[in-house]
Write a protein that binds this ligand. Sequence first.
Ligand code: AMP
Length: 215
Amino acid sequence: MNIIMLGAPGAGKGTQAEMIAEKYGIPHISTGDIFRMNIRENTELGRKAKVYMDRGDLVPDELTTNLVSDRIRKPDCGKGFILDGFPRTINQAECLEKELKELGLAIDHAIDVDVPDDAIVRRMSGRRFCPRCGAVYHIEYLKPAKEGVCDRCGTELVQRDDDIPETVQKRLDVYHAQTEPLIGFYNERGLIRKLDGTREPEEVFSEITTLLEAK
Ligand code: AMP
């Protein structure tokens, strides 16, 4: 089962991808997480990606497509995978299609988690994360036991540079201009499964599992 998660940044696709990965035992591949791990480890890729990420722009395709192409060839992808945050441009989608074809594979479902922009801005600007272990919280919806401190490792929580309100707006503009056209791309291929992402995560997840198991 090869799945793509579409939807604006902050629509909750990462949370859903995590839940799908756990239920079906397939890897959750988040390009954003891979870039953030590289930033934490101060690799060359991390240093290059950070410049774009901090201002809300997309990391250039040549830095992104190779990374995904290597990842989907790893043995743990044998039963399938969930791509979260990739593809984000038509060019990336075309590269992925070509790569998968070479491997004799194809995408089975493109899940579009739909949330209006104003709700996204509220969600994202309240997000906090642990710079040490990567755990994610929210000042309204997912509070840590002690305000401002990571439950897992006790580190002080911070706001991601790309979650500050001006950058969130920029990321939404980039999403509408460059990523939303992918809905048309996958719709033409009969793969779009659109869901209302404003509901509780468990409700969204239950609809996703029904969709995945219907085919
Ligand atoms: P995310 O956690 O998926 O919202 O990604 C955070 C940031 O990483 C994005 O705003 C981009 O700067 C960068 N990024 C993640 N995935 C991609 C991608 N497929 N193409 C280009 N940039 C990406």
